[in-house]
Every structure is written in structure tokens, then in C-alpha cells.
Design a protein around this ligand. Structure first.
Ligand code: LRH
Ligand code: MN
Ligand code: MN
Length: 391
């Protein structure tokens, strides 16, 4: 048990926290075996934004929604921005997609064919134009590029091609725009991936300049990877730009953040608090990147936001002075106990108070169920959209 510290600072940090939701999480999704459709899922980008605004209405900490192009392509992105603003949310990261076109079978920006590389790079530039129109700060890049067989292409040439495309996109960024480079150790390429790990992403970001930072998708690591070490390292280097939070058991499972391993999420948030990087002013974009295959989508996203909040609250409760003292004196068990005491604290009452103080229902999931929003969308929307993959 720990003596709860003065909770004023903890509560104000929780109140200021921001979590970004992904438009695609509101749409139908599944595995490669089957996409299950649900009643009431969005048919358009506008309806996805309306659902994101609903998550924000009940949680109070999710005022931005990430888009994925072309899944959320509309005629008029300025109008989409105005639509979002009217509902009380802003457009967040623009996610690019150079992985769902036959041309990209052998890669997009790393393809041996210069014409295909041009097409892929043009998509990145188009995404920056969409950022201009939507007021979005972040360009989020993930490349499915890689090889299935040794010898299939030249590993080193592919890095050169990647660097050239990133440079072109980077140079097109406006003063207030940033590039987030996501990595993934496998899938869809199996033998070698062109941006497989944080080190590769970090090295490209260093070469590019200060507007380029690494995005950590928690599902994109080999089992057992110490993700909080990556967080600590990148924070120290000033190169951590964003998270894609989700949970995995075996692969890129995209389950609810904090569901599979809440302790890991706590350890990650502990490094964030240790690095003074929680405040939105620091600039990290804490995004969810999930899909909800068998569970109701909006409540699942609300639950995910709450899971991130709970991990954060526990991290904020770590007695930093006691931890430092134990660490400096070589008190292994004492130091570990300081961390575990915070982790084992039930923070739900604190978060309930934070919500009540902000005029929100202390139980966002229950409030959502009572609100009638689910019944409304089920009545209004027929044949909802698929998230974008697995068609
Ligand atoms: C790739 C990924 C990436 C994509 C998203 C839909 O696995 O994590 O962020 O853009 O999924
Ligand atoms: Mn991701
Ligand atoms: Mn992923």
C-alpha cells in the first residue's frame, strides 16, 4: 500500500492528457478469415468522425481523430475539418497507405521500379496537402515494404530509395508539420522489412532533421521486447514523436490498448512521466491504432482510452523521490516495491473524480450505453464501411 500523495498535480496531469482515436477503429474489421459486420458502423469519413466525437464527449480526453488515406478520402478536406470542428474535434495524424495497390507488390518507396517509387512518393506529398487542408500536424508513415526471400532485392539499395523518398516528403513539410516514422518487424514481408525496428526508424529520422520522429506501435515488436527501454532511449534522444497503442498476444493483433498486458502499458507510461513527456505541450501524439473485430466498437474505444488513463494515473503515483533513493542506494527490492506499489493502486476512484470535476460521467462506458447513441446509429446507418483491409 502507498500513502496517496497530494493528488492535485496528478489530477491536473490526467485532466490535461490527450489520446487520439483512429478513424478505422470505428469501421467493420476482422481477420483474414472473416470480417464481421456490425450494425450502426460508419459509412463515411464524416460518420467515423462523429463516432470519434462521441468518444471524446464521454471521455473528455480524445479531441483528435487520425485519418487514413485513401480510406477516408473526401472531395473537400477543408469541409471535413469544419465538420469535425463543429462536433468539437480536430483532425489528427494523416496516415498514408502505400500498401494496398497491385503496383506495390515488390514495395512502394523502395520498389526497384522508379515509376512506382514516384507514385508512392507522390502519395506522401498528397497526404501533406491533406494536412494543409485539415490543419493536421502529423504525417504518419508506415511502409509494408520488404522482402520474402533472401536475394529478392538489394537490402542496401532499398535503404537508399527509402531515404530519398523520406527526404522529398520531409522537405515538403510546413513549419508546423512533422513526420512520424513507424516501424514493424514483420508482416506483410516475412524475410526482411525495410523499416523493421526503432533503430532503423531513428537513424532515418536523425538524418532527416528535427521534424522527423519515431512512432512506436506497441503491436509491432517481437514477443518479450522491452518497449519501455525504447521509450526511454528515444525520449533521451528527443526522437519519440508518437505511439500507436494497442495490445498483442502473438502478432499485430490490434486488440484494445492495455487489455493484454496492462503492466507493460504502465511501464511505458512510467517512462513517459519520468521523461516529463505527458503534457501535450511536449508534443507526443498518443494515438490508438486498433480494430475491434468481435466487440462493440465505440465502447471498446472508450475502454481503451480509459485503460491508457489508468496506466497513466498509476505512473503519476510512482513516488519518484523514494524510487531515486532506493536506486541510488542499491536497494533492488525497495526500488521495485516503489514501482509495484504504484502499479497495484486502484486508480479508478481518482479517475472518476477527474471526470466528475470536468462535468463528465464518472463511468464513460455506462454513460455511453445510456445515451441512446448506439440505437440512433443502428437505426440510421445501413451497410457500414469496412475498415480498409481484408476486403
Ligand atoms: C500497420 C499499422 C499502420 C497502419 C495501420 C492501419 O500494421 O499499424 O499504422 O497505418 O496499421
Ligand atoms: Mn500502427
Ligand atoms: Mn499495426
Amino acid at each position: 500500500m502507498i500513502d496517496l500523495p497530494d493528488l492535485t498535480a496528478v489530477k491536473s496531469a490526467l485532466r490535461a492528457q490527450r489520446i487520439e482515436t483512429p478513424s478505422w477503429a470505428f469501421a467493420n474489421s476482422g481477420t483474414r478469415f472473416k470480417v464481421f459486420t456490425q450494425a450502426g458502423v460508419p459509412r463515411t469519413a464524416e460518420e467515423k468522425i462523429a463516432d470519434a466525437a462521441t468518444v471524446h464527449r464521454f471521455t473528455g480526453v480524445a479531441p483528435t481523430v487520425a485519418l487514413h488515406i485513401p480510406w477516408d478520402r473526401v472531395e473537400d478536406f477543408r469541409a471535413l475539418r469544419a465538420f469535425a470542428n463543429d462536433l468539437g474535434v480536430e483532425i489528427g495524424a494523416i496516415n498514408t497507405n502505400v500498401f494496398q495497390d497491385n503496383d506495390y507488390k515488390l514495395g512502394s518507396v523502395t520498389n526497384p521500379d522508379a515509376g512506382i517509387r514516384r507514385k508512392a512518393t507522390d502519395h506522401l506529398l498528397e497526404a501533406i496537402s491533406i494536412m494543409d487542408a485539415t490543419g493536421s500536424r502529423d504525417l504518419k508513415l508506415w511502409f509494408a515494404d520488404g522482402l520474402n526471400y533472401p536475394g529478392q532485392d538489394d537490402l542496401r539499395d532499398r535503404q537508399d530509395r527509402l531515404a530519398a523518398a523520406l527526404r522529398e516528403a520531409y522537405d515538403r513539410l510546413g513549419d508546423d508539420q512533422r513526420m512520424l516514422l513507424e516501424y514493424k518487424f514483420f508482416e506483410p514481408a516475412f524475410y526482411a522489412t525495410d523499416v523493421p525496428d526503432w533503430g532503423t526508424s531513428y537513424a532515418h529520422c536523425l538524418e532527416l532533421g528535427e521534424k522527423a520522429t519515431v512512432c512506436i506501435d506497441t503491436g509491432h515488436h517481437a514477443p518479450g521486447t522491452n518497449i519501455e527501454f525504447i521509450v526511454a532511449f528515444l525520449l533521451r534522444a528527443g526522437k519519440l514523436g508518437a505511439f500507436d497503442f494497442n495490445s498483442r498476444f502473438y502478432a499485430d493483433d490490434d486488440l484494445m490498448a492495455g487489455a493484454a498486458d496492462p503492466f507493460q502499458l504502465f511501464r511505458i507510461m512510467n517512462e513517459i512521466v519520468r521523461g516529463d513527456a505527458l503534457d501535450p505541450a511536449y508534443g507526443i501524439n498518443f494515438m490508438l491504432d486498433q480494430c475491434h473485430n468481435i466487440e462493440a466498437k465505440i465502447p471498446a474505444i472508450i475502454r481503451s482510452v480509459m485503460n491508457v488513463q489508468e496506466a497513466t494515473a498509476k505512473a503519476l503515483l510512482v513516488d519518484r523521490a523514494a524510487l531515486r533513493t532506493a536506486q541510488q542506494s542499491g536497494d533492488v527490492l525497495g526500488a521495485n516495491a516503489v514501482l509495484m506499489d504504484a502499479y497495484n493502486t486502484d486508480v479508478r476512484p481518482i479517475l472518476a473524480e477527474v471526470r466528475a470535476d470536468a462535468g463528465l460521467d464518472p463511468d464513460p462506458v455506462a454513460a455511453y450505453h445510456r445515451s441512446g447513441y448506439q440505437q440512433k446509429i443502428e437505426a440510421e446507418r445501413a451497410d457500414g464501411q469496412q475498415a480498409g483491409w481484408g476486403a
